[in-house]
Design a protein. Structure first.
Length: 207
């Protein structure tokens, strides 16, 4: 974390690093895109050399490009790409979940999945795998990228403004809030899915 903090404190290379992490996270979920965005937001508040607008642009554009790469892997790489990049149990669950959600809710799930741990990668890859129209995909995923970047970066930025003299405290509080939001979203999703699974169609009573 300290190494990432140091890297993101060096403009203009900091913006390229944030862009690369946000893009790569679409294919390699282990990359800390949200952590990088929050850290960059804190730095934009405490370091005059770091531009908030540039941080927002790097995070959003990186997320959009990464999602488009994930879509292309699904559309043109198909099953071999799934075995190569999404072979873990967690990734397979994400792909299955995204398939069901895309069938029910279409592109709206691309926005929702951005805030669900593991959901974004499954949703973007599955969109390509199921040949979801790219123009429609691009519109929804651009909106999702902008919302995600604004949420993550501004969470760090306002934390940095409040705790200007203690940036590490600002980072800790921002991470705590982001983690709490992720837990709430995941809990709500599981509860909703559980309720859907328990619902069974009722047979009409014979007259």
């Amino acid at each position: 974390m300290e190494s990432l903090y140091d890297l993101l404190a060096q403009p203009p290379v900091a913006y390229l690093i944030l862009f690369g992490i946000a893009a790569g996270d679409a294919v390699i979920p282990a990359l800390p895109s949200e952590s990088a965005a929050i850290l960059a937001g804190v730095l934009a508040a405490v370091e005059p050399a770091i531009s908030l607008a540039a941080v927002l642009g790097a995070a959003a554009s990186g997320a959009f490009v990464g999602d488009s790469v994930s879509y292309s892997l699904g559309r043109y790489g198909g099953r071999p790409a799934q075995r190569r990049f999404f072979d873990g149990a967690y990734a397979r669950r994400g792909v299955r979940w995204a398939c069901g959600q895309l069938e029910r809710r279409g592109g709206v799930i691309l926005v929702v999945a951005r805030f669900i741990p593991g959901g974004r990668t499954g949703a973007t890859f599955t969109s390509g795998l199921t040949t979801f129209p790219y123009l429609k995909f691009a519109g929804f995923t651009a909106l999702a990228a902008c919302l995600w970047a604004s949420y993550s970066v501004l969470l760090g930025y306002f934390g940095g403004r409040v705790f200007h003299d203690r940036p590490l405290l600002a980072v800790g509080i921002a991470f705590g809030l982001a983690f709490a939001v992720a837990v709430l979203v995941e809990t709500a999703r599981r509860a909703r899915n559980r309720g859907s699974d328990e619902e069974e169609p009722r047979e009409a009573n014979p007259s």
